[in-house]
Ligand binder design. Structure first.
Ligand code: GDP
Length: 683
């Protein structure tokens, strides 16, 4: 065996020769100078001492991947008599056969320290082994697979190249399900509708009427979902999430709901959020059952509700359509059983099934950090059976389930498909809407979570926009990635929504079909953005502005929001985009907002808005628009901008000013003046 000289070791350990010689002498190894050679054992000793000083962390004895012994025929023969024993209790290498050899997965590149961990050897040994091969590498240095596999072999492992992505892919892959293994499962239902139409009341009423005497009192448990039983069959209700939460779940890939109960108040009829709910449910492809609520009220008119729903392609059964409409009263608990029976009927027709006899998968419904219990999450099991003691992963959260509590507050040991249950034992709070998976053991769960984290970090770095935007619509059409342009239309009045919808639909040609998936009155809100994101749509705002929160979400979700004042311009832009001739020479840049706090009427001059600049600045020559409750009521120029009595060029955030709009006097308190300039964008 070749000898190693002192200077080589010193270089390797990044210390001076003198220092090394002193250390060696401390260990009673006498050396003359830096050219002296060291024996194997001597190198061993010094490395042990020095690397344990250098590498602060004890190498964790954790073997990431030890597969079962490799097939003897393939690889065993040349490695006769090699044997590996790994003393670790949470893995089961069970290498008992003398002729067998352990396999280990090593990535393309690995640090010496990581390799040592995988081999469960001290770092010093690996470094020494490398040295003997003439490779000088320190603990944190990366070596390639070729080098790593040679070392692994010396330690009686067979190295296999680890395909990074495959680990995740394999883990998340959904196996084909044998029809014979499927058993019917309860439907998962969500209640949606306009605010104050009685979503919460209806859910409460259903729950209350369903409490059996025995459970009474135990029902108070709030875990974000509940199970109701009727005619010995179960129905799982998710607590009414907002429409955006519903769509956010869909966006994260977890289609948790089967049926949406659309609550419409009989005395109020179809309202903006009703339409929103319909479109979100439709876009998600879930069955809609309409609950016409508040039929006890004097002004109730269920027929009018049915009439209004026709416009949204929801035609009641008694009118010859196929939408189930049940008139109910949450307050008087009228017809609740009928509603539940209809849910069962629909789910029977849908033939909802799942295999309960496999590892559980599902969705995180709700999660929070509990002071006493740590991260707590409600999960909806969608496939398989989840048991206490199972190790699970949801995003980067992972851990072993310590306890499970059902919606009645009872501790349970195992739950099957369509069951919501609260779990304890996760490492961190997962994100609602994330899918959860069961791992083989805690180690695998941890490993997968770590990989997910790495992947997310990577994604963050190379964040490639995949969403459709008008700017690259043409390219996407050309490359065949877009065949359908989904559009969300928001406008100031219903008439405009319709007009924009009609004109847009006419633009469809043989290459791309334009589809308006949602149209509504009012500011562009978060829910619109979530819907657009989940359906890969762009948003067209016509005489409206996006809400601040919507703007932020649009940015992070990379949703193209286009705002117009004239329908013609919107149509023109989309037409141009389809031909790849969009010409965004100028884009508008909002430079600030001022809120009108007081109105002064000056005779002969006009109305002056006493304003406060909230952010950015207002410039005398910038364009301005007056926004009232999210709707643009004016767009034009300032005719005057003053601080006290003086005309000024601009007013910065935090200052007050008086302003007048050109040819417009209908200013109101709390109106917001948005100032903007047009910026040229080089193509
Ligand atoms: P949500 O915003 O859709 O969850 O609506 P809530 O459940 O909070 O109900 C809004 C209001 O309508 C509350 O004051 C309820 O008491 C009332 N309400 C709900 N359902 C009924 C009903 O069937 N009849 C009557 N008369 N009032 C109802």
């Amino acid at each position: 065996m070749s000898k190693i000289r002192v200077y080589e070791v010193a270089k390797q350990l990044e210390i001076s020769n003198k220092e090394l010689i002193t250390k060696l002498r401390d260990l009673n190894i006498s050396v003359k100078n830096h050219m002296s050679s060291l024996t194997d054992e001597q190198v061993d000793k010094i490395l042990e001492v020095l690397t344990s000083e250098k590498v602060s962390e004890e190498p964790k004895v954790e073997i990431q991947e030890v597969k079962q012994p490799v097939n003897k025929k393939d690889k065993g023969e040349k490695n006769n008599n090699k044997k590996k024993n790994i003393e670790q209790d949470d893995i089961e290498p069970s290498v008992k056969d003398e002729e067998e050899l352990s396999e280990i997965l090593i990535p393309d590149k690995i640090t010496v320290k990581e390799l040592a961990e995988k081999l469960s050897k001290p770092v010093s040994e690996v470094i020494k082994n490398l040295m003997l091969k003439g490779i000088m590498a320190s603990a944190n240095q990366e070596i390639d697979f070729e080098q790593a596999s040679q070392i692994a072999e010396d330690f009686d492992f067979i190295a296999e190249l680890e395909e990074e992505r495959d680990i995740l892919e394999e883990f998340f892959r959904e196996e084909e399900e044998d029809q014979d293994n499927l058993e019917s499962r309860p439907p998962v239902v969500v209640v949606m509708g306009h605010v104050d139409h009685g979503k919460t009341s209806l859910l409460d009423a259903i729950r209350k009427s369903n409490v059996t005497a025995k459970e009474a009192g135990g029902i108070t448990q709030h875990i974000g979902a509940s199970v109701i039983s009727i005619n010995k069959q179960n129905i799982t209700f998710l607590d009414t999430p907002g429409h955006e939460a519903f769509t956010a779940m869909r966006l994260r890939g977890a289609m948790a709901t089967d049926i949406a109960i659309l609550v419409v108040a009989a005395d109020d009829g179809v309202m903006p959020q009703t339409v929103e709910a319909i479109n979100h449910a439709k876009a998600a492809g879930v069955q809609i059952i309409v609950a016409i609520n508040k039929i006890d009220k004097p002004g109730a008119n269920p027929d009018r509700v049915k009439q209004e729903l026709v416009e949204y392609e929801l035609v009641s059964e008694d009118w010859g359509g196929d939408t189930i409409c049940v008139p109910v009263s949450a307050v008087e608990e009228t017809n609740l059983d009928q509603l539940l029976e209809m849910i069962l009927l629909v789910s029977e027709m849908e033939e909802l099934k799942a295999n309960p006899n496999k590892k559980a998968r599902g969705t995180i419904v709700e999660a929070q950090l509990d002071k006493g219990r740590g991260p707590v999450a409600t999960v909806l099991v969608q496939q398989g059976t989840l048991k206490v003691g199972d190790s699970v992963v949801a995003g980067t959260a992972n851990g072993r389930i310590r306890a499970m509590i059902d919606d009645k507050g009872r501790r349970v040991k195992a739950v099957g498909p369509s069951t919501p249950v609260e779990i304890l034992g996760l490492s961190e709070v997962p994100i609602a809407g994330d899918a959860f998976y069961t791992a083989k053991n805690e180690r695998e769960a941890r490993h997968v979570a770590k990989k997910v984290q790495e992947r997310e970090r990577e994604k963050l770095i190379q964040h490639t926009p995949s969403k459709v935007t008008l700017d690259d619509l043409f390219n996407q059409i050309q490359s065949g990635t877009v065949k359908e342009l989904n559009v969300v239309v928001k406008a100031d009045v219903q008439g405009s929504v319709e007009a924009v919808k009609q004109s847009l639909m006419k633009l469809s040609n043989e290459e791309v079909v334009i589809k308006v998936i949602h149209g509504g009155v009012g500011a562009v809100n978060e829910s619109d953005v979530m819907l657009a994101s989940a359906s890969n749509a762009i948003i067209i705002g016509f005489n409206v502005r996006p809400e601040t929160s919507a703007k932020a979400v649009a940015e992070s979700e990379q949703i193209d929001i286009r705002l117009y004042r004239v329908i013609y311009n919107a149509i023109e832009d989309i037409e141009a985009a389809m031909k790849g001739m969009l010409d965004p020479e100028f884009v508008e840049k909002v430079i600030g907002h001022a809120q009108i706090r007081q109105i002064y009427k000056a005779s002969g001059i006009g109305t002056i808005g006493g304003s406060y600049v909230q952010d950015g600045k207002i410039m005398r020559n910038s364009g301005v628009r007056l926004v009232r409750n999210g709707i643009v009521v004016y767009e034009g120029q300032l005719s005057s901008l003053k601080r006290f009595k003086d005309d000024v060029k601009e007013v910065n955030s935090g200052y007050e000013c008086g302003l007048m709009l050109e040819k417009f006097n209908d200013l109101k308190e709390s109106d917001v003046v948005e100032a903007f300039i047009m910026e040229e964008i080089p193509r």
